[in-house]
Design a protein around this ligand. Structure first.
Ligand code: NAG
Ligand code: NAG
Ligand code: NAG
Length: 320
């Protein structure tokens, strides 16, 4: 008999926890709709998962980080496809200050028609924003959403964050790098930050001459700007999830070689550690060739980059 009351108690506790959970969840949802108005209006979506009325096709993403001020500004143009009439575009954004959001139809591009302002509503608890259009966006149409934003480089190891390393002479250097998996791309640019919303990404990064910019795809051109700044334009990615987007601005040096199948492999490291990269390059080439032969599958991208960025005592390897 002594086992019985114990088991019942345990069951009762489970039941209570469950009931309280449901109550808390209901209360939370209810509270979100009714009492979290942003900019004076209730947020039009109460779920954690994004609606699928609007899907992204391509992001043209321009990022301008400053490793001195530890701040970055961004400008993105998202081509979207409307699947169901709606006047809201709901996407993720976390900790970003949005300074402007406008809408264009593809036909408006290049014409003198004024763009339409989108009203920005925020729902910080769900890391979502809603862009309210002045008209109904119609099924089957494509539009361009242009968003300007800025933020500080993050302090942690998520989103677009700053990382430091010391040179052999004890000088502290800063690098800016991303880590988006699983849900931190929204800290770097407003986006549909769920893996199923795959899109192409065309990334452009502004930097100083003493730095390099790295991203998923090969660089197609560098433009010289006033003030001795440079702008690197990277090729458009394959269709992929937001968490796979990566970019780094740093003063690293690299070694590079090409596999038998023509994939460029690069290893980046801080200038002091550059001499250690040759072995890593040799190993990376051998491994990539081995896997391509073993699985009889070619590496799907034109390049593979590895960089050794230390996070205090943890080391991560980025596949760029
Ligand atoms: C969508 O909006 C357009 C333009 O306002 C309208 O003509 C069409 O009937 C709407 N479709 C649906 C399914 O509501
Ligand atoms: C960062 O800010 C410093 C100081 O304001 C400036 O000299 C430098 O050019 C800026 N760098 C970039 C990439 O904007
Ligand atoms: C990689 O990072 C670790 C930790 O900072 C460091 O000890 C090692 O020398 C680095 N290697 C290269 C090639 O940069």
């Amino acid at each position: 008999m002594p086992a019985f009351p114990m088991a019942s108690l345990y069951r009762l506790e489970l039941l209570l926890t469950y009931a309280l959970g449901i109550y808390a969840f209901k209360y939370q949802t209810h509270k979100d709709i009714v009492t979290v108005p942003t900019n004076g209006k209730p947020f039009p979506w109460d779920k954690l998962r994004l609606p699928d009325m609007v899907v992204p096709i391509q992001y043209d993403l321009y990022i301008h980080p400053n490793l001195t001020t530890l701040h970055f500004t961004g400008l993105e143009r998202i081509e979207i496809l409307v699947r169901k009439n709606t006047s809201f575009i709901i996407l993720h954004s976390k900790g970003l200050e949005i300074t402007s959001a406008v809408l264009l139809t593809k036909d408006d591009l290049g014409s003198s028609k004024p763009e339409k302002q989108l009203h920005v509503l925020e729902h910080p608890a769900h890391e979502q924003i809603a862009l309210q259009a002045p008209e109904v966006l119609t099924t089957g149409q494509r539009y361009l959403v242009i968003i300007e934003f800025h933020a500080s480089l993050a302090d942690g190891f998520d989103g677009f964050y700053k990382s430091i390393y010391k040179t052999r002479d004890g000088e502290t250097r800063i690098i800016a790098t991303t880590d988006f998996e699983p849900t931190s791309a929204r800290m770097a640019f407003p986006c549909f930050d769920e893996p199923s919303f795959k899109a192409n990404f065309a990334i452009t990064i502004r930097r100083e001459r003493k730095h390099v910019a790295l991203s998923n795809m090969p660089k197609i051109k560098t433009i010289e700007l006033e003030g001795d700044l440079l702008e690197d334009h990277f090729d458009v990615t394959v269709k992929m999830s937001t968490y796979l987007v990566a970019y780094i601005v740093c003063d690293f040096k690299f070694v590079q070689a090409t596999t038998l199948s023509g994939i460029k492999v690069s290893i980046y490291a801080s200038p002091d550690k550059w001499y250690q990269t040759h072995y890593a390059l040799e190993a990376a080439l051998k491994l990539l060739e081995f896997y391509e032969q073993h699985f009889d599958i070619s590496f799907p991208l034109p390049k593979l980059g590895k960089s050794n960025i230390s996070i205090s005592t943890v080391h991560i390897q980025l596949s760029l």
